[in-house]
Design a protein around this ligand. Structure first.
Ligand SMILES: [Cu+2]
Length: 157
C-alpha cells in the first residue's frame, strides 16, 4: 500500500497453519490489468495522503470494522494454509488456533524482504518461558557491510 506498493508478498508462518478469512485486492483496470490504487478498505494514515504514505500506521477505513467486526469473513469453511500471497495493494485476514506454545516466525518468503524487516515473532508461550538468569550475558552482533565482517560486543545487564 502507499509508497511501498508494487510487490506481492508470499507470507509464511512457522508453527501453525492458518485460516484465510478474507482477502482484499487493489483496484485494477479491467482491460489492461494495471493497478489503479490500493484497496480502499485500508486507511494508510501516517499523516500523509495515501500516495505518499508508507502505510506503516494502517487501520480500517471504516472504524466500525475495528475489533474483528469486518464484514464478509469466511468463518464456516475458510481455506487452511501455511503460506499466502498477500497481493500488492491488498490485504489478507487470517486466524490461528493458538494451541502450539512457542515463538513462531512469520515472514515474507522473499529473503530480501525478510532481511529488510518484513518479519516478526509471534509469542504464544509467555507462561512457558522461564526468566533469564541474573548474570545472563547479552551479545549484540553488529553486521557491517563496508568491511564484510561481524563484530561482537558483549553487554552485561
Ligand atoms: Cu515480500
Amino acid at each position: 500500500m502507499g509508497q511501498g506498493t508494487g510487490w506481492a508478498h508470499p507470507v509464511h508462518m512457522h508453527g501453525h497453519t492458518f485460516y484465510v478469512l478474507k482477502m482484499g485486492y487493489a483496484n485494477h483496470n479491467n482491460r489492461t490489468g494495471l493497478k489503479l490504487e490500493g484497496n480502499s478498505d485500508i486507511d494508510c494514515r501516517g499523516g500523509t495522503d495515501r500516495a505518499n504514505s508508507w502505510c506503516n500506521n494502517a487501520t480500517w477505513s471504516n472504524p466500525a470494522w475495528a475489533n474483528g467486526n469486518v464484514p464478509g469473513l469466511e468463518l464456516l469453511k475458510p481455506v487452511r494454509k501455511d503460506t499466502i500471497i498477500v497481493p500488492s495493494g491488498g490485504y489478507v485476514i487470517t486466524r490461528i488456533k493458538a494451541d502450539n506454545p512457542g515463538v513462531w516466525f512469520l515472514h515474507c518468503h522473499i529473503e530480501l524482504h525478510a532481511n529488510d524487516g518484513m518479519a516478526m515473532l509471534i509469542n504464544e508461550s509467555f507462561p512457558h518461558h522461564p526468566s533469564p538468569p541474573t548474570d545472563f550475558l547479552i551479545v549484540i552482533v553488529i553486521l557491517t557491510t563496508n568491511h564484510n565482517h561481524l563484530q561482537q560486543q558483549p553487554l552485561h545487564q
